[in-house]
Design a protein around this ligand. Structure first.
Ligand code: ATP
Ligand code: MG
Length: 462
């Protein structure tokens, strides 16, 4: 209907008016901002992959503030034994600090990222940026420490991380009853560990002074059922730290491992269980030095890996290598955040690459071993509330001759009826030690030989 040149002219005219409009709008925005007496600061939930701890402190602080005035509240119970915690649930909050008014607003973008926007008058810029922000972070931390819910995290497979990387970890509340009082082990060793943990958790200034990252590594080793996982739970309860249980088989490569570990919060214990079974053996540094037999094993492992890749099954295997892990421990680990503990566990210390266990990498090596008489007495106190018993002498001499894991002792001491029957339980234990309960002993021996894992208290919670 219109001639072509007219159509083009109309189109150009439209484009130029849109451009002019946007230009005018931009100009007017700048104009308003320039003359507006208000200043805005934005604090996002994530800074790249890393969680922004400032965001968490603000959220806690605002959540807790002036709940008696708020119209929208959220209630939660931090621990069963504690009272309900009420939090504000408004998207806009006004706050007052040393006579200065500020306004907080929460925004959520299309990807689900949240950002806090703080608005205040520019004449209060100094007081807000210097002391108000500091006040919020400190208050937030204090409230967090008071109400802290311990969490147990486990990593999601990278296929379900999502575009905004907020789903690296999934978590549940951590409520494990283990404590150092109930861990059965040599009392001297226990005290040494307790002192080490106390020195670590109170060591902020000390670590700063000596120029070392505020981190500590523990290697727990020993046969199945000797209390390695229980000790990790006891450590978490003692320090009020959350646990990140790293499932290496769900991690495809070293770079995924890095992203995951950088995404952990401070005041946490990062756990890698059964480190000897979890690493990609083709990436071990000492590969060249290994004997023929080991080479043959690696070749078959490689073949299997290639086959899995062809069949699209590679997501079931982890290609995290020892060097990847070492790089992390030595490098990024020191640079990312503070106040973290890393724990490796293994049933076979001898199978570990010396590079992994050399001093300086894992700060403390803790052996958890078969049940001694001293450990038995702790278990008997826990399970039967006994301090002594005529059968103790017999049990003491039997324990010297027999290797039995504390888990098996504990199982024999568990009450089997509604009432505790100390005599019955101790006799059951004596039977087990004398080999009358032979079936149990063989099951455990074979599970150790074939690397069969017993109940994992962390993973079984999911
Ligand atoms: N030293 C111990 N003190 C107290 N309880 C223990 C101890 N060792 C084992 N137990 C009991 O046995 C159960 C299994 O122990 P745990 O899972 O901690 O063993 P583990 O060393 O982690 O074994 P694995 O090598 O198979 O992972 C625990 O639930 C706990 O009740
Ligand atoms: Mg374990």
């Amino acid at each position: 209907f219109f001639p072509n040149h007219l159509k083009i002219a109309i189109k150009e005219c439209l484009i130029s008016s849109i451009q002019q409009f946007t230009f005018v709008q931009r100009l007017s925005d700048r104009f308003i901002t320039f003359f507006s007496p208000y200043v805005e600061i934005k604090i996002s939930q994530y800074d790249g992959y890393q969680y922004n701890h400032a965001f968490a402190s603000i959220e806690t602080y605002l959540g807790e503030k002036a709940t008696h005035k708020a119209k929208h509240l959220r209630a939660s119970q931090v621990k069963e034994s504690k009272d309900l915690v009420l939090k504000r649930d408004d998207t806009r909050t006004r706050d007052e600090y040393k006579g200065v008014n500020v306004w907080w607003e929460i925004e959520t973008d299309s990807e689900g990222f949240r950002t806090y926007k703080l608005t205040f008058h520019r004449r209060s810029r100094d007081i807000v940026t210097d002391s108000y922000m500091k006040h919020i972070f400190e208050e937030g931390k204090l409230i967090d420490a008071k109400n802290k819910k311990m969490k147990l995290y486990t990593n999601n497979p990278s296929s379900s991380w999502g575009p905004n990387k907020t789903a690296l970890w999934r978590c549940i509340d951590f409520e494990h009853p283990a404590s150092f009082d109930t861990v059965a082990m040599d009392s001297k060793k226990k005290e040494e560990i307790l002192n080490d943990l106390a020195a670590f958790s109170n060591g902020k200034e000390y670590y700063k002074k000596i120029g070392k990252a505020w981190k500590r590594g523990y290697l727990l080793y020993g046969p199945p059922g000797t209390g390695k996982s229980t000790m990790i739970a006891a450590m978490a309860n003692l320090l009020n730290y959350s646990i990140y249980d790293v499932e290496l088989t769900a991690i495809k490569d070293n770079s995924e491992l890095r992203k995951l570990l950088i995404g952990t919060a401070s005041k946490s214990i990062i756990v890698i269980e059964d480190i000897d079974c979890s690493l990609d053996p083709t990436g071990q540094r000492s590969f060249k030095k290994k004997k023929k037999k080991k080479k043959r094993f690696l070749m078959s492992w490689k073949k299997e890996k290639d086959k899995d890749q062809e069949e699209g099954k590679e997501e079931n295997k982890s290609f995290v290598t020892l060097s990847g892990l070492l790089n992390f421990i030595d490098g990024i680990w020191s640079a990312c955040g503070q106040e973290r503990i890393i724990v490796f566990t293994t049933n076979h210390l001898a199978k570990l690459d010396p590079a992994l266990i050399r001093r300086g990498r894992m700060d403390m090596h803790i052996e958890l071993s078969y049940c001694t008489f001293e450990a038995f007495k702790i278990l008997a106190k826990n399970y039967l509330d006994l301090d002594t018993h005529p059968l103790y002498t017999k049990i003491e001499s039997l324990l010297k001759e027999t290797k039995i894991a504390p888990a098996d002792v504990a199982e024999n001491l568990m009450k089997k009826k509604s009432e505790i029957d100390a005599d019955g339980s101790l006799n059951d234990l004596i039977d087990a030690l004398e080999g009358k309960n032979a079936q149990k002993a063989t099951v455990d021996e074979s599970s150790e030989k074939h690397g069969i894992k017993r109940f994992n208290p962390f993973r079984n919670l999911f």
